[in-house]
Each structure stands twice: as C-alpha cells, then as structure tokens.
Ligand binder design. Sequence first.
Ligand code: ATP
Length: 301
Amino acid sequence: MRTTPRPPDPEPIPAHRPEAVGPALLCDDLHYAFGRTRAVDGLSLRVAAGEVFGLLGPNGAGKTTTMRAITTLLPVRPGVIRVFGHDAARQKMAVRRLIGYVPQQLSADGSLTGEENVDLFARVYDVPRRERAERVAQALAAVGLSEAAGRLAATYSGGMVRRLELAQALVSAPRLMVLDEPTIGLDPIARDSVWQHVDAVRAATGMTVLVTTHSMEEAEQRCDRLALMHRGRIRALGTPRELKDQLVAHRRESGAQGLPEPTLEDVFRHFAGSGLGSGPDDERGEFHDVRRTRRTASRVG
Ligand SMILES: Nc1ncnc2c1ncn2[C@@H]1O[C@H](COP(=O)(O)OP(=O)(O)OP(=O)(O)O)[C@@H](O)[C@H]1O
C-alpha cells in the first residue's frame, strides 16, 4: 500500500464542544439473544459525556454483546440505544461516526506498518483525503507510536499492538470510545501506558469511554462509574465507593457483622455471583468465552 508522508509536528486531536444533547450513551431495556441464550436481557444504562464507564461481569455476562449492539454491529431487538441523542437503530451511520471501537479480537494487520494500519482505518471511516495524513499522524502521536509508525505491526510488542488499535479507533476523532478489554494479556507497564494515552486523549478532547475489564484494580483506578453485569442484566451500578457502600448496606440488612471493609472484588462476587450457571447453554457459553479470551490474550501477550 502507498502511504502519504507524515507531517513533522502533528496538532492535537481537536476538542469536542460540549452539547446539550443529553447523555453520551443511553441504553433502555436492551435485549439480544443468540438462539436460546439470552446474552443481553433487559439492560438499561446512561453514561454521561466525558465519563469513563466500566462494564464489569464474569465471562459470558453479556458485555461484548452489549458493546456490539452499541457500536451498531448487532441489531437492537428490542430496546433503544442512543449515542449523543442519535438512535442506533434508525441513524446507524450517524452513530458509527461518533464511535471508536477497539474489539477484543485483533484488528491490526501484522503485514502492514503501524501507519498503514491507521491509514486503512482513516479510509474506512471516510476521513477526507486532504486531512488523512495529518489525522493518521495525530492518532499515532496520541498513542506514542510516531517513532514506530514505519515498522511492520508484526514487530510490535503486545502493548504497542493495543496502542496501535487505539490509534486506529482514534483516527475518526470519536466522541465515544468503546474498549473491549483493552489491556487483556498486557503486563502492568504496558497496561499503564495504554491508559495514560487514553487519559491524554480524554484530557484533550473530552472523549467519553465505555470499557470492559476483568481487572478490579483497573476498574477502581480508571473508571468514574461501574455497572456489574451478570446473565445479561445489570446487578449493581455506581462509583466504586457507592458500590462498596451498597455491599456494606446489604451486609447490614442480612445481619453480617465484623467483616472487613469490602473490596471491589467482594462487591463483584456479591452482585455478579461466582457461579456462571448450570444449564447446557451456559456451559457452551463458558467454553466459547474462555476459548475466545485465551485466543485474545495469547495474540497480544
Ligand atoms: N456469536 C455467538 N453465538 C452464540 N452465542 C454467543 C455468541 N457470542 C456470544 N454468545 C453467548 O452470549 C453470552 C454473552 O456473551 P458475551 O461475549 O457478550 O459475554 P462477555 O460478558 O463479553 O464475556 P467475556 O468476558 O468472556 O468477553 C454468552 O453466553 C456467550 O456464549
């Protein structure tokens, strides 16, 4: 693929002006089933503009399915999704233009350079030709990959691949970034680096972030609010502090005494439950989920 030369000093990604169009994301009574498996089963949530919102839950809880519905990759049936006021069912293209999505699966091509990968996404997102080179350079700079832009992605470390995928999603200057387990399989330094770059873009643009993670530490440190999902539904919602307070209140009501201050992990166990179901569908779901998770972890690790 032919690439365009990179400008020497990329400007920062332009900031979004706050608008009075309501929340960044609104989901109302979402449902989605794969055959008999009710992956999303009546989910409602509201994410404010500029928030980092974490969707937590055990494997198979329905997090990825929810994200795929929000990104318009799965139909909403029934239920309503609005992204900055746009209806995901009726204004699909408008919603797609507002969203950047980093899926769990590998979205970078190892046989292309970092720059070529981001350029490809710029074309897919229909970034105007005259802006493309600059926007590609900005996105690569935003994730600290300017130096490595000319190298094949196959030579990148796991953390660099994740940052490249972030750059691919950033090139459209999204207002809502959807990150499905962005740090899975990464070491703590690479994990921090991914988040530092996300934070820098947020500070510069006011971008809203919807993220899934299995790391309670990450959820507590990085997310303003969290929703705990289990079997397609939200079981608890709030800031990490509020969730812990909810567990304290539950313990008080049930007469439990003398327990230490709960951790987010305790909250997760309490609201999401440790058992992931006993039916044949659930077992199929778990195997599918674990296999996919391991595949994802091994390719970025
Ligand atoms: N393409 C598919 N075909 C059939 N069932 C699916 C498919 N994708 C997901 N499922 C099932 O839907 C349910 C929800 O899956 P989903 O991937 O949304 O969960 P998740 O919370 O994202 O899990 P993980 O943490 O492992 O990513 C699971 O029971 C899963 O097996």
